[in-house]
Each structure stands twice: as C-alpha cells, then as structure tokens.
Design a protein around this ligand. Structure first.
Ligand SMILES: *Cc1c(COP(=O)(O)O)cnc(C)c1O
Length: 226
C-alpha cells in the first residue's frame, strides 16, 4: 500500500506538471468493501479522506473510526438514508435530484449543520448511470441556493468505463466547461471550488482536464473482492 500511494502521488504531481498547473489535487481513498484495518493502515500512511458508496457501510465505518478520516459519500444516495450520515459526512458527491436536496436541507436543519455537496452530472449521457443532465444543472443550482442548510461546492462525474482516451477527455473537459459556465453566472454564495473526477484508470487524464479531487480505490488498495 505504501508503494502504491507513493506511485499515485508521483503520478498526480506529473499530471499537474504536464497540465502546467500550480494548484493541488485532493485524494479521496475509496475504501468500499475494505475492512477497517486496511483503512487504518491507509490513515497511518497519511490518507485523510475516505469515500464509500453505500450508507450502511459508511455508517459502520464511522462508528469505528470516529472523526479520524473525513467521510465522502460517493455513491447513489436514497433520500430516506440521509439521516444516517448527516452528522458525520464531510462531502456528498452524489447530489442528483431536487428531492434529495430537500431532504439534505431538512436533515441539516434538524442537526444544525450546513451540508457540503457536489452535483453529480451525467456528462457522457449514458442512461445506465445516475447524475443529472448538463442543462438541468443551472436551474437546479438556483433552487438549491434558496435552501439554508445545503451548500453546493462543485461538480462530480463518473466517466464511462472505456479505454478510449478521447471519450474520457471529452467527459472530463465537459464537466470542467460546465463548471466554468456556472461560475460565469456569478451567483453570490456559490464557490464551485471542487471538480471531483478521475478514478484509478483515468485520474491522470482527469487532472489534465482540470480535476482537483480524485477518487481512487484499486490504485491504492489493489483489486476489490466483491
Ligand atoms: C469505486 C468507485 C471509485 C474508485 O474506483 P477505482 O477504480 O477502484 O479507483 C471512484 N468513484 C466512485 C463513485 C466509485 O464507486
């Protein structure tokens, strides 16, 4: 794991250099299906943020690990499960519909928290996937801006499962362009700081196209046994 992490960090640096970027990329270690011992090992090696895609697994791990890592919810989120993560989640990457925004706002209010979220966008327009369509994003933001206990911090996408570099590049640059279009609206109280894109197989391309948060599982921990 130590060598994997070193390798990932080197590749992040190289991709940033290649893109001529001076800013940073946050690494979210995706720990789904992994036992807590492996996560502790990663935390000892300097990982600060972990991502899970199922609420049950996330809350189980929160119960054991407490406030040591920051917790990212990266998978599809059912509205009726928001209550289980509201107190401990650091960032929800999978905000993709207004009913979920309403629930997050409501639970945030009850817990006296303002919850940070990313809008998940389906850039590649595959219908098998979650995420809203590009042209729904701006009207959606305008609704969520009226809610007090939910913040939008940026955008997230999952690229199609393909080796085709041009498809990956188009997907990531599409999310980047969308984020620039949102920024151009100059909404008060909207920062759009985060672009969560890139996983083990495509994070270098994502960084070259402007990602500043990557979600890496296999590249750190090795293959998962589902
Ligand atoms: C599993 C998962 C990842 C990490 O995938 P790897 O290929 O193991 O790096 C990233 N993002 C989401 C949403 C995931 O579900």
């Amino acid at each position: 794991m130590k060598n994997n992490l070193k390798d990932i960090n080197n590749r992040i640096t190289l991709a940033l250099e290649k893109a001529g970027r001076k800013d940073d990329v946050s690494l979210v270690a995706v720990t789904k299906t992994l036992p807590v011992e492996r996560i502790v090992e990663a935390l000892d090696l300097g990982i600060t943020d972990i991502g899970e895609n199922k609420v049950q697994e996330l809350t189980d791990k929160m119960a054991i690990l407490g406030d040591r890592p920051r917790y990212h919810m990266i998978g599809h989120l059912q509205s009726n499960k928001v209550k289980y993560i509201v107190d401990n989640v650091h960032l929800i990457h999978s905000l993709d519909r207004i009913s979920l925004a309403n629930e997050i706002d409501k639970r945030g209010k009850a817990s006296n928290r303002i919850l940070d979220t990313l809008i998940q966008v389906n850039i590649s327009q595959e219908d098998s996937k979650f995420g809203m369509m590009e042209d729904e994003v701006i009207p959606f933001i305008e609704k969520v801006l009226k809610m007090e206990n939910i913040n939008i911090k940026g955008l997230m996408t999952i690229a199609p499962f393909t080796e085709d570099e041009s498809v990956l590049r188009n997907t990531f640059s599409g999310l980047y362009d969308l984020s620039e279009r949102v920024k151009a609206q100059k909404y008060k109280e909207l920062s759009m700081d985060i672009l969560s894109m890139g996983m083990t197989n495509d994070f270098e391309i994502a960084i070259e196209e402007g990602s500043n948060m990557i979600r890496v599982g296999t590249g750190i921990f090795g293959k998962r046994n589902y």
